[in-house]
Design a protein around this ligand. Sequence first.
Ligand SMILES: [Zn+2]
Ligand SMILES: [Zn+2]
Length: 373
Amino acid sequence: MAREGLAAVLNAPGEDVAVEEILLDPPGPGEVQVRLAASGVCHTDLTVKNQNGAGMKFPIVLGHEGAGWVEEVGEGVTHLQPGDPVVIAYRAPCGQCPACRRGDPRHCYMALRPGIRLHRKRDGAPCSQVLRCGTFATHTNVHGAAAIKMPPGMPLDKACLIACGVITGVGAAFNTSPVFPGASVAVVGCGGVGLSVIQGAKLANARQIIGVDVNPVKLDWARKFGATDVVDARAGDPVAAVRALVKDPWPAYEGGVDFAYEATGRMECIEQAVRMVNYNGIATTIGFPGPDDTVTLNVGNIDTGVYWNKVNLRVCHAGDTLPSWDFPLLAQFYLEGKLDLDSMVTGVISLSDVEQAFHAMEHENVIRSVIRF
Ligand SMILES: [Zn+2]
Ligand SMILES: [Zn+2]
């Protein structure tokens, strides 16, 4: 029996998001159906709208930062049962690609996806789901391996944040370029992802965490979430400012951080991150680039070139997460008071408010808007 639901849908290129009635087929083998409790609104959903579907077929059910309860399990699903609280992961490793086969599922080439089970009710059109999730909906169907069980007591309207923004930032500091105890860290861009990098660096016992942004509100957030210092990038060269701030036990030290994370998607910020790190330091780019975005890196300058400074540049995709390990861990950190998710929610909205949330994301100081169902 098909189940009826409601979803925030992109029906055609250039159109605003519309709330539509949907029909969900029962979950197929290995799949689960989830009744959503909450979903964060991530910038990637807006990107899908702005890029006219970003290659997906219309209609498209938006949303990929959701948490809820298992409603129904498909054939062969034994690790979950109806009523289980879950966060939906968009990168459940496939188990078959070369990375998975060599035991490195954090770098899986492709994620598991459900079959096409969602349809627009008025005409039966099959719906795409953003990042295999489609969480701007009262119900969705996902691959069983993508539904990650939450520990008892974990509030789902906070747990949802783990799925994208929080794991991307914390995972950059844990997995992509792991911060070691006593490290110095710079974070360029202190929005939701950058603040999560700051929280991850703090959890990893960084000695110094320097938040960099052009927005004073975001610099206040950075301090609140664990930055020991902040740099207003409007006030001069942020690279020089960061290097001047680095406090190192070795007095002859000339500055530069052990780790610099760029969480803006701006090319000049990648270049800045590269120039902020010390000898053998690691710069990590997290933000979404455009198709023609390019950076220029000096290689040979004896003082600042990437060769002589032995600079590493890494790319973080979704925090290089292994959701089945990372998501329950982050929930545990939340329950122990070590990971602040409460302060990341700057607005609670309903399903019909997605367009307003997109507008606020671009024009106001928002960390995360969360849809509650
Ligand atoms: Zn996202
Ligand atoms: Zn794989």
